[in-house]
Design a protein around this ligand. Structure first.
Ligand code: GTP
Length: 598
């Protein structure tokens, strides 16, 4: 295709503002499969994505659009994931575009996630086309939202398209603006090949498929390609475009978006953000912005039934083929037996993997409380990274501990500012700034320890703002903190899977609350079970689970047999997620209890 008639764009929107619905309309209008059909037909294995109503994986679709100027244009729509866990993927897919539609709900207005993505788009010098969606809603206030876009983002919104993706209003105008406002790609066919990898997926027949935006040069089957960050080389087997099905073409040229297959064994070998060049005629510099993706949150995954360990290993191996960000390695816990320490981009990523393991592989798992990665500086001047609290060295060997910090921006209606500030304070946040978006809404900027966000921040923020706040964060580095390891002892034995790292000032309170919580969660046993919280050798809290009476059923509701059966069934169900720790039976909730003790 002629580069002058190519337009590469993506859609930026806050969750639920209508990105998928609009993409559907655009696909329908240009005669491609609808996005929902695509989900069903192409991505049916990712039903989780649809259920949770969030976009996890990027997609790229090539569309053909005959514009009002009489020319036929090739439009590449590159989809972006809509969650903070995947910010880096968003930034790479935006780097593959020249423009973006900014979809804002006409009733809700701008949200934190929208802003974060707009800034990413501006950093990538994209032309932004504002679209005010859902104008059909009775509560829609497009003029207020138009003003907000101008004031908050500083974009000219006088031409903003007033649209209803649901009712199909505004689609033609959106397509016309894409053609007239977004610049054609610039690229040089004569220069050495440079192609940006912005996503990948695993195909059982073709191996890892890389999604690329060609910036300079040409890529075609037979080319020996080199990944510039890793140095790995492969011979290109196939190149193609998504229509939305994978369709092979002869070559991809500067300005094009498409895929490359090269018998690559796993997506791990295809790094999002890396640059592909031609090994025989290489570019001297890679494209800017490549960053290795490091997992931020770790937890242990253990099969409830230890004979499922090989199945869990097999399942992780398969998921890893398709998920470059997932890390895992074998781990043993004296409490839980054989399992894996797994690393994730964030909490959502963690939940998705856990759910997939359970649903797609029929596993029943115990997950331990998530932990961030601590930098532990030792008295012998070395530094170790600790992602498993039970492995923290003895305190006399530790010079200091540093923990990851994030900069968080929280948007909230002004009535809830007090609640949000209180929450951030309690989470050891440092207030940075507060800005009024308009008369009713405020953005708060805080610096917070990442671990405090991992621990129930989302839930607390939601309940403190009746669901109205939105939230975004980015990592800003490591800072020293007064941190200690808190151990939990059941029946006198340390349960390694329950250890956690906590700020010294909170250790006593957290230890006490956790003991109380565990007392409620762990069922009575035939004997008395002491629960203790300790820092080193020093016990700071204690509770006792009293021994069970001889026969629970005997005192239960006289002789009603159905009640008894129900009780027995309930106990059986509860059993599924019980883990025998020493001689105490501990339910799954106990291992996560540390997350919900504030
Ligand atoms: P994620 O996939 O989670 O990022 O959400 P999304 O932004 O793609 O939102 P989606 O398209 O799934 O739409 C969210 C909800 O808004 C759905 O219930 C849609 O039916 C509804 N919706 C989308 N566009 C419109 C519109 O123009 N008018 C009205 N009334 N509802 C709309």
């Amino acid at each position: 295709s002629d580069i002058a008639r190519v337009r590469n764009f993506s859609i930026i929107a806050h969750i639920d503002h209508g990105k998928s619905t609009l993409a559907d309309r655009i696909l329908e209008y240009t005669g491609a499969l609808s996005a929902r059909e695509m989900h069903e037909q192409v991505l049916d294995q990712m039903d989780l994505e649809r259920e949770r109503g969030i976009t996890i994986k990027l997609q790229a679709v090539r569309l053909t659009y005959p514009a009002d100027d009489g020319q036929v244009y090739t439009l590449n729509l590159i989809d972006t994931p809509g969650h903070v866990d995947f910010t880096y993927e968003v930034s790479r897919s935006l780097a593959a575009c020249e423009g973006a539609l900014l979809v804002v709900d006409a009733a809700q207005g701008i949200e934190a996630q929208t802003l974060a993505n707009v800034y990413l788009a501006l950093e990538n010098n994209l032309e932004i086309i504002p679209v005010i969606n859902k104008i059909d809603l009775p509560s829609a206030d497009p003029e207020r939202v138009r003003g907000e876009i101008e004031r908050v983002i500083g974009l000219d919104a006088s031409d903003a398209v007033l649209a209803s993706a649901k009712a199909g209003i505004g689609v033609h105008e959106i397509l016309e603006q894409i053609v007239s406002k977004i610049p054609a790609p610039t690229g040089d066919l004569q220069r050495p090949l440079k192609a940006l990898i912005f996503d990948s997926h695993y195909d059982a027949y073709k191996g890892a498929i890389v999604y690329v935006r060609v910036v300079d040069g040409v890529i075609a089957p037979g080319v020996r390609m080199r990944m510039m960050a890793t140095g790995a080389e492969y011979e290109v087997v196939e190149v193609g475009v998504f229509r939305p099905r994978m369709t092979a073409v002869d070559e991809l040229r500067a300005g094009d978006v498409g895929y490359v297959a090269a018998a690559i064994k796993t997506v791990r070998d295809t790094r999002v953000g890396d640059t592909i060049t031609n090994a025989d005629y290489p570019a001297s510099e890679p494209l800017p912005g490549y960053r290795r993706m490091n997992p931020m949150v770790f937890c242990g995954l253990y099969p409830v039934d230890s004979s499922d360990y090989p199945l869990l290993r097999e399942a992780l191996l398969r998921l890893e083929l398709n998920d470059a960000a997932l890390r895992y390695e074998p781990e043993t816990s004296s409490a839980l037996g054989f399992g894996f320490r797994c690393g994730f981009l964030g909490l959502l990523h963690m939940e998705i993997i856990q759910e997939r393991l359970e649903r797609e592989y029929g596993l029943t798992l115990i997950t331990t409380a998530p932990s961030v990665v601590y930098h532990v500086y030792l008295t012998n001047h070395s530094m170790v990274e600790i992602d498993n609290p039970s492995l923290l060295p003895e305190s006399n060997q530790i010079e200091r501990i540093e923990e990851p910090y994030v900069k968080a921006s929280i948007m909230t209606p002004k009535d809830f500012v007090g609640n949000v500030m209180e929450l951030c304070q309690e989470k050891r946040g440092a207030f940075i700034d507060m800005q009024y978006l308009d008369e009713t809404r405020v953005t708060l900027l805080y610096e917070l320890p990442l671990t405090e966000i991992v621990y129930d921040f989302f839930d607390r923020l939601k309940s403190g703002t009746k669901g109205y706040a939105s939230f975004d964060y980015e990592l800003i580095g490591y800072r020293p903190s007064q941190l200690v390891k808190l151990d939990i002892l059941l029946n006198g034995d340390v349960v390694d899977a329950l250890s956690f790292i906590v700020h010294r000032d909170k250790a006593y309170q957290r230890g006490k609350l956790l003991c109380e919580k565990l007392k409620d969660l762990i069922p009575q046993q035939m004997f008395e079970v002491p629960i203790q919280a300790a820092i080193g050798n020093k016990v700071i809290a204690r509770e006792t689970i009293r021994a069970m009476r001889k026969n629970v059923l005997a005192k239960c509701y006289g002789g009603d047999i159905t009640r008894k059966r129900k009780l027995l069934e309930k106990q059986k169900e509860g059993k599924k997620r019980m883990k025998q720790v020493g001689n105490v039976e501990v339910p799954q909730e106990a291992f996560m209890a540390v997350l919900k003790i504030d």
